[in-house]
Design a binder for this molecule. Structure first.
Ligand SMILES: Nc1ncnc2c1ncn2[C@@H]1O[C@H](COP(=O)(O)OP(=O)(O)OP(=O)(O)O)[C@@H](O)[C@H]1O
Ligand SMILES: [Mg+2]
Length: 319
């Protein structure tokens, strides 16, 4: 890569008494990337975000974010990043407009530009009509939208989003996705996205990192992770419910087919092959067994398949 990493960590570790919340994290994230940060509850995602913003100091190891050390240059760093925390607090006594205007000033947006920038982000999150109401009168999702608007008001080059779409309706969720994609498209904005929504991560992220008990167990694009997890290819065969037993029998008899399973509740069988060259053999074998074939397609694993496979591989790992 030509560009310097936006985030670089070396052995980043954080303990809370006997809990190792983040364990020897080594990450390099480059400008314009959308990195999905995945992991179960308590895996260490939020702690990592806090370490990367200098809100927490590491027990050992180090981080460099936008060329700064978060543990010593936290204040300067936080002026350049946008952060949507896990439980964002917006000032309930003020109006939505006032909340945003205060942050715009804090982030050094010139006074003459504040009004138009606030209007712009209010519009993005469809809060214009309610901008003059006190936040205490907002719904939960409206507060989340306001917190998101606040996180992006200064157009930060690095945006941390901790569960940005939790509590949002599908329309706004889609808008947030579009926004993230547009931000990263120009190559200058980097997004660090903690999410439990695997479909969201699959749609948006260039690479994903998966944490298990504070340790990163995978880092790569979903396609790369799938290649590491499953050799060969998976195939899906649609037949009829009646033909399922004959199809399973015929497919298991082919040498080198693996994991021949019926998709629950569907007349569909999926199986793994070592080589693409085996596909014609699968077809002739099914035809010979009198199994009707309605569809035969390669099956790309979803991020959800990848996530669960990684989890299976690492569940014996000590906490
Ligand atoms: N301030 C703290 N004091 C003590 N323990 C903490 C503190 N913050 C986090 N932890 C512990 O560190 C571990 C990681 O927590 P963290 O909040 O980073 O997880 P997470 O991946 O963000 O989980 P979630 O998906 O539930 O948000 C957990 O065991 C948690 O209890
Ligand atoms: Mg969290």
């Amino acid at each position: 890569m030509i560009n310097a990493p936006v985030i670089l960590t070396e052995g980043l570790t954080r303990h809370f008494d006997d809990i190792i919340a983040v364990d020897d994290l080594n990450l390099e994230i480059y400008p314009g990337e959308v990195l999905g940060f995945l992991g179960h509850n308590g895996a260490g995602k939020t702690t990592t975000v806090r370490l990367l913003n200098g809100v927490l100091t590491p027990t050992s190891g180090k981080a460099q974010v936008l060329g700064l050390d978060p543990s010593t240059d936290g204040a300067e760093l936080r002026r350049r990043t946008g952060v949507l925390t896990e439980t964002p607090s917006v000032d309930e006594r003020l109006t939505g407009y006032e909340n945003l205007a205060i942050f715009a000033a804090l982030f050094n947006i010139p006074p003459a530009a504040v009004e138009s920038r606030v209007a712009e982000v209010l519009e993005i999150f469809q809060l214009t009509d309610r901008a003059g109401d006190r936040v205490s009168e907002y719904s939960k999702g409206m507060k989340q939208k306001l917190a998101l608007a606040r996180a992006i008001i200064h157009q930060p080059e690095l945006l941390f989003l901790d569960e940005p779409t939790s509590g949002l309706d599908p329309v706004i969720t889609r808008q947030v996705h579009t926004l993230i994609r547009e931000l990263s498209r120009d190559g200058n904005h980097t997004v660090f996205l903690c999410t439990h929504n695997l479909a969201e991560a699959q749609r948006l992220c260039d690479r994903v990192a998966v944490l298990e008990n504070g340790r990163m167990v995978a880092l790569g694009s979903p396609a790369e992770l799938a290649r590491d997890l499953w050799k060969g290819m998976r195939l899906e065969v649609e037949t009829t419910t009646e033909a399922i037993p004959a199809a399973i029998k015929a497919l298991t008899a082919i040498p080198d087919t693996r994991e021949v399973v019926q998709e629950q509740g569907h007349p569909v069988i999926s199986l793994s092959l070592n080589l693409r060259d085996q596909v014609p053999g699968v077809v002739s074998c099914l035809v010979a067994a009198g199994v009707p074939i309605f569809r035969l397609t390669p099956k790309e694993p979803t991020l959800e398949d990848i996530y669960f496979a990684l989890h299976e591989n690492h569940k014996e790992m000590p906490a």
